[in-house]
Design a protein around this ligand. Structure first.
Ligand SMILES: CC(C)(COP(=O)(O)OP(=O)(O)OC[C@H]1O[C@@H](n2cnc3c(N)ncnc32)[C@H](O)[C@@H]1OP(=O)(O)O)[C@@H](O)C(=O)NCCC(=O)NCCS
Length: 459
């Protein structure tokens, strides 16, 4: 059974429900292990060390089909699924603004069919057991490139923060399980968001945490997850979405680059952190990345709940400069920014008269370092927002690096969105080879440069 049969099965399903035929029986086997010669069973029977060697070799030689990472590759790729979706075609020059498809009047009532042996589930994240299951799925499988050196280590608190902002809906935490043992093998989530795109304000969803278990990859589960989530979102009367990906899909609204700033260069060298500048020995790297011991900005302090209203105004004024930005309620500002250990940090600058003049926030992504004799974990800080009315952004950002380092972060990552380019190079961030593309579902508008993007979507 290959992917194309499974896709065909889905298309039929949409039109007239699947006919019970031999073809369907074949289709239903899509995600099943393939008998005694199943390669995964064979892999499982090898020692952990052997598995790691194979995985590293595969990664090194990039065997297997991979999705486009740039426009040139994208132009040669056939997007069998995305070509059927209301998204702009690659290469189209768009000058108008508006929806691509009419909103669904009669939203399909039944969930999309899954191959036999699999079933849909709505994850109740208020249950610690289920939250833990989701952590396990994501920590073991939410890696695009897996060379067995790192694994994400999302905490339950982090997932609650990322997946349960104000007005979240349980049915948008959409999962696939194996029926026989209830194992979680697929996940996709949406959370509500009000987004401004140029002059238009739209209530839509942010799509997050698309994940298919490693053993079920390349079997076309993703299109089914996306279709089912779209149906569940349409059921609430919404028909637009925003999402980001490192791969090129039809069609990026904007393409940004990640920049990295080492905070703990020794550890990063020791764990061979990907994308680190290679042209420096350790002594030079330590000297080059040295930071002041203490912060310099007067009035800099952690955000408290009482700051929500003022931060809300500061952010909204700043974000209105960009072509793409969130319209945040005060509840959302509180949810996304109020500090939580190992999840989100926010600092404000309080002027002498007590008013807040500046704000900066970053979220925390932890990973486990695999197969290393000394190091077991890695902490990355990701810049969320920085908005300054009185302090020089480079000065506030340098203080943020000092604070992040003092909190045990190993590296600080930022996208070249908003006005971030004004301080990235100055503060010794270096550009990584990773891009991040922003996409809109069912909305067309001219594309924009990364400095016009006023939005960061944590995983
Ligand atoms: C991303 C992931 C779910 C894709 O699964 P897969 O088994 O490789 O792909 P499938 O066979 O299920 O589906 C392939 C289709 O999904 C699309 N697809 C793959 N990754 C996608 C993504 N991140 N966003 C949207 N569509 C994606 C492909 O383009 C393809 O459609 P096409 O024929 O139109 O090109 C899987 O690789 C994964 O879990 N990766 C780790 C987590 C991750 O990177 N998530 C994405 C974060 S943006």
């Amino acid at each position: 059974m290959n992917g194309s049969n499974f896709d065909k099965k889905l298309t039929e399903d949409e039109c007239e429900r699947l006919k019970k035929s031999k073809k369907k029986q074949k289709g239903e086997d899509a995600w099943r292990p393939q008998g005694p010669r199943d390669p995964f069973t064979m892999l499982d029977s090898l020692t952990e060390k052997k598995q790691q060697e194979i995985q590293k070799a595969l990664h090194l030689f990039s065997l297997g089909p991979s999705l486009p990472r740039n426009m040139q590759q994208a132009k040669k790729h056939t997007y069998r699924f995305w070509e059927t979706q209301p998204v702009p075609r690659l290469g189209d020059i768009i000058t108008t603004h508006g929806p691509i498809a009419e909103s669904e009047v009669n939203v399909r009532k039944e969930a999309y069919s899954l191959p036999q042996g699999f079933s849909w589930d709505t994850l109740d994240l208020s249950s610690p057991r289920i939250l833990k299951e989701l952590c396990t799925l994501l920590n073991d499988n939410y890696m695009e490139e897996d060379d067995n050196t790192y694994k994400f280590n999302f905490s339950q608190e982090y997932l609650q923060w990322a997946l349960q902002p104000p007005n979240w809906l349980p049915q948008w935490h959409c999962a696939v399980r194996v029926e026989s043992n209830k194992k979680l093998v697929g996940f996709i989530a949406a959370v509500p968001a009000d987004i401004r795109i140029y002059e238009t304000e739209k209530r839509m969803v942010q799509v997050k945490f698309l994940c298919v278990h490693k053993k079920l990859r390349l079997k076309r589960m993703t299109p089914v997850l996306i279709r089912e989530l779209t149906r569940r979102v349409n059921q609430q009367g919404l028909c637009h979405a925003i999402y980001t990906a490192e791969i090129v899909l039809p069609t990026p609204l904007s393409s940004c680059r990640y920049w990295h700033r080492p905070l703990n260069p020794r550890k990063l060298v020791e764990v061979s952190y990907p994308g680190l500048r290679q042209n420096m020995n350790l002594q030079r790297a330590l000297k080059f990345n040295r930071l002041p011991k203490v912060t310099k900005t007067p009035g800099l302090r952690p955000m408290t709940k009482e700051d929500v209203g003022e931060i809300h105004s500061l952010l909204q004024t700043n974000l209105s400069k960009f072509h793409l930005s969130p319209i945040l309620s005060t509840q959302e500002v509180e949810h996304w920014l109020l500090p939580q250990d190992d999840v989100i940090d926010t600092y404000v600058v309080e002027g002498q008269d007590g008013t807040l003049t500046d704000v900066v926030s970053f979220y925390s992504v932890s990973s486990r370092v695999l197969n290393h004799l000394v190091h077991t974990d890695l902490k990355e800080a990701y810049l969320l927002y920085i908005s300054c009315t009185a302090t020089d952004p480079a000065g506030l950002m340098e203080d943020t690096l000092v604070l992040a380092k003092s909190k045990g972060f190993d590296i600080f990552c930022a996208l070249d969105v908003m006005d971030n380019m004004s301080f990235l190079e100055k503060l010794k961030f270096s550009i990584s080879n990773k891009s991040l593309h922003y996409y809109l579902y069912n909305w067309m508008c001219p594309n924009m440069s990364s400095d016009k993007v006023g939005l960061v979507l944590p995983n």
